[in-house]
Design a protein around this ligand. Structure first.
Ligand code: PEP
Length: 250
């Protein structure tokens, strides 16, 4: 049985003092879990988060990176800038980046490749909108996101990637997919990966659910066979709630 990978996405929240407080509260609350714990914090909190979590079981991730190593890309951060300060993970292609900042399957692929080359572990987000689901296009959208967004990713590279299935209609809305909806969608995503990489590789791949997962619904979602963990937004900002998600699955 796989352990679970639970990642918090702080988004654009927590200044330095709030970050320090939250991490210090979290450390003792998650120290006994067998699950992998990751916190993806704003760029300005990364150094502090790496320092505070040293010697603990909490890993640190960023929320984006660029595909170039350096150059005239104002406002962007290179993958090596993250690894050099001890960051291990990076979220790529979150739906908020796709909808507000023009992220496409092609830029997702570029960022993922660059992150892997620098030694980061990407958490690549995919997911359909409510309109896409209601119009019967969920499967075609997820297929496109996998086929295009992982175009020249090798099976070896896939080993270092986590996929987060996040239905856009469930992110930050308080509306969670039911355990069955999340399990079925992730099962479908896994079947698309299986077509490309074979069943064994697809079975090994970690696919998280994200979308209003919290201390109340985590146990049900994480007990589903296809769901290998969670990407948690709002509930990751409260140590008590996030630790309950981490500890929901023994
Ligand atoms: C997210 O930001 O990836 C997310 C799932 O947010 P929330 O848990 O707040 O829905």
């Amino acid at each position: 049985m796989k352990n679970k990978i639970i990642a918090g996405n702080w988004k654009m929240n927590n200044n330095r003092a709030q970050a320090i407080e939250l991490i210090n509260q979290l450390i003792p609350l998650v120290k006994d879990t067998n699950n992998t714990v990751i916190i993806c914090v704003p760029f300005t909190d990364l150094c502090k988060a790496v320092k505070l979590t040293k010697g603990t079981n909490i890993h640190v991730g960023a929320q984006n990176c660029h595909w170039k190593e350096s150059g005239a890309y104002t406002g962007e951060i290179a993958p090596s800038m993250l690894t050099e300060i001890g960051v291990e993970y990076v979220i790529i292609g979150h739906s908020e980046r796709r909808s507000y900042f023009g992220e496409t399957d092609q830029t997702v692929l570029l960022r993922t490749k660059a992150a892997l080359a620098a030694g980061l572990k990407p958490i690549v987000c995919i997911g359909e909108t409510l309109e896409e689901r209601n119009s019967g296009n969920m499967e075609s959208v997820l297929t496109r996101q996998v086929v295009e967004g992982f175009k020249d990713i090798s099976a070896e590279e896939l080993d270092n990637i986590i996929v987060a299935y996040e239905p856009v209609w469930a992110i930050g809305t308080g509306v969670t997919a039911t355990d069955e909806q999340a399990n079925d969608a992730i099962g479908f995503v896994r079947s698309v990966f299986a077509q490309k990489y074979g069943q064994e590789v697809a079975n090994k791949l970690y696919i998280q659910y994200g979308g209003s997962m919290n201390d109340k619904n985590a146990q049900g979602l994480l007990s589903m066979p296809q769901i290998d963990g969670g990407l948690i937004g709002g509930a990751s900002l409260v140590a008590d709630k996030f630790s309950k998600v981490v500890n929901a699955h023994k």
